[in-house]
Design a protein around this ligand. Structure first.
Ligand SMILES: [Zn+2]
Length: 316
C-alpha cells in the first residue's frame, strides 16, 4: 500500500498537470459512471492529500475522493508538456504495492507508457486498458485510476467528515498537529507499533515507515502509548515529519543516513541515493545483522501486518 509520501506526490502531480483545466471525466469500466458524470467538464481547482486520502476539488464544489488501498494505482500519460514539477519528474504510476516499496519509483516510472507521445503528437488518451475506474483527461494528458478501495464524489462537507476521522498528517504538520499526536498516543494503552498504523492517531504512516521510525527512535514496538514520555513522543513526531518529507522529495522511503551507503553512492556530488538494500534499518532485513548492534533483525506478525524490529536496540 502506498504510504503518505506517495499520496502527497500524487496530489502535487495533479496540481501540476491539471489544476485550472477543464477536465473530461469518464469511467471506462462503467462502475463509476454516475460519479464521473457529476465531475465531467468541470475545472480542477484544488488537489489535497491527507494521509492516504486524496481529494481533487472542482470549481462547482464537488470533490473526487480516492483511497488507493492495497491495489489501487494511477497511471499518467501525455505530451512532453505534461510533466509534474516534482524534483524527479512526473510519476507515471503511483500506488506501488508494499512489495515494491523499496523500488526507486523514478526509475521504475521512467519507461514509456501507452499514450506517452512526443510533444506535438498528442491527440487524446489511448484506449483504456483493463478496468479503468475513472479517467481524467485534459488538453495535454490523462490519468487513469484502477483498483482503488475508495473512489467517490463528495461534497465539501462530506470531505470534512472524512478528514475529521483522521489524525494529524505529518506531511501537513499544521499548528497543533504535533500536540494532537502526542496527546493521542499517550491516551492509549495500545502498543506503539499499532498506534503508528492507526490512521486516527497519525495519518499516512504505513508498514515501512512504522518499522523504520520505531527503530530510529529506539522504541520498543510493544510499549503502550500511555508509557511513552511526552518528549519521546515529540521526537517521534518530528522524525516522522523529517523522514516522510524526504520521502516526498525522493519518491522513495530512505531512512538510513548517507554514512550507511556505499562510498560510491554517498560520494556522488549533489547527493546520490542509496541502493534499495542500503535504504532501511530493519524493513525486510529479517535475519540480517542490525546496522547498529549486530543482533539479527526480527520479524513478527502484529495484527495482520509484518513488523520488523531489532531486539537488541528496541528493548524497554
Ligand atoms: Zn540493533
Amino acid at each position: 500500500m502506498p504510504e503518505g509520501h506517495s499520496v502527497h506526490r500524487l496530489a502535487r502531480q495533479f496540481a501540476d498537470v491539471f489544476q485550472g483545466e477543464r477536465l473530461a471525466v469518464s469511467s471506462p469500466q462503467g462502475r463509476f459512471a454516475q460519479g464521473a458524470a457529476l465531475l465531467d467538464g468541470h475545472v480542477l481547482t484544488s488537489s489535497v492529500a491527507h494521509g492516504k486520502h486524496l481529494f481533487l476539488g472542482f470549481e462547482h464544489g464537488l470533490l473526487l475522493h480516492v483511497h488507493l488501498g492495497l491495489y489501487g494505482a494511477w497511471n499518467f500519460g501525455g505530451d512532453a508538456t505534461f510533466r509534474g514539477a516534482s524534483s524527479i519528474g512526473a510519476p507515471r504510476k503511483v500506488g506501488e504495492r508494499e512489495d515494491f516499496d523499496n523500488a526507486p519509483d523514478a526509475a521504475a516510472l521512467a519507461g514509456s507508457y501507452p499514450g506517452d507521445a512526443g510533444a506535438d503528437s498528442y491527440s487524446g488518451p489511448p484506449d483504456p486498458v483493463g478496468a479503468v475506474r475513472v479517467r481524467l483527461a485534459g488538453s495535454h494528458g490523462w490519468a487513469d485510476l484502477r483498483g482503488a478501495t475508495t473512489c467517490e464524489v463528495v461534497t465539501r462537507a462530506e470531505s470534512e467528515l472524512v478528514l475529521a476521522r483522521l489524525g494529524p498528517d505529518p506531511l501537513r504538520n499544521r499548528p497543533g498537529d504535533r500536540d494532537a499526536f502526542v496527546a493521542g498516543v499517550r491516551a492509549r494503552r495500545t502498543p506503539l507499533a499499532a498506534l503508528l498504523m492507526d490512521q486516527k492517531v497519525i495519518a499516512g504512516v504505513g508498514n515501512v515507515y512504522r518499522a523504520e521510525l520505531l527503530f530510529r527512535q529506539r522504541l520498543d514496538p510493544w510499549l503502550a502509548g500511555k508509557a511513552l514520555a511526552a518528549d519521546a513522543a515529540t521526537r517521534l513526531w518530528d522524525d516522522t515529519v523529517a523522514m516522510m518529507s524526504d520521502g516526498v522529495r525522493h519518491g522513495r522511503i530512505i531512512t538510513t543516513p548517507p554514512h550507511y551507503w556505499s562510498p560510491a553512492t554517498a560520494g556522488v556530488p549533489g547527493g546520490g541515493l542509496p541502493a534499495p538494500e542500503e535504504a532501511h534499518f530493519v524493513y525486510r532485513r529479517q535475519g540480517l545483522e542490525c546496522r547498529n548492534c549486530g543482533t539479527p533483525v526480527a520479524l513478527t506478525d502484529l495484527g495482520a501486518r509484518k513488523l520488523y524490529w531489532c531486539p537488541g536496540c528496541q528493548q524497554i
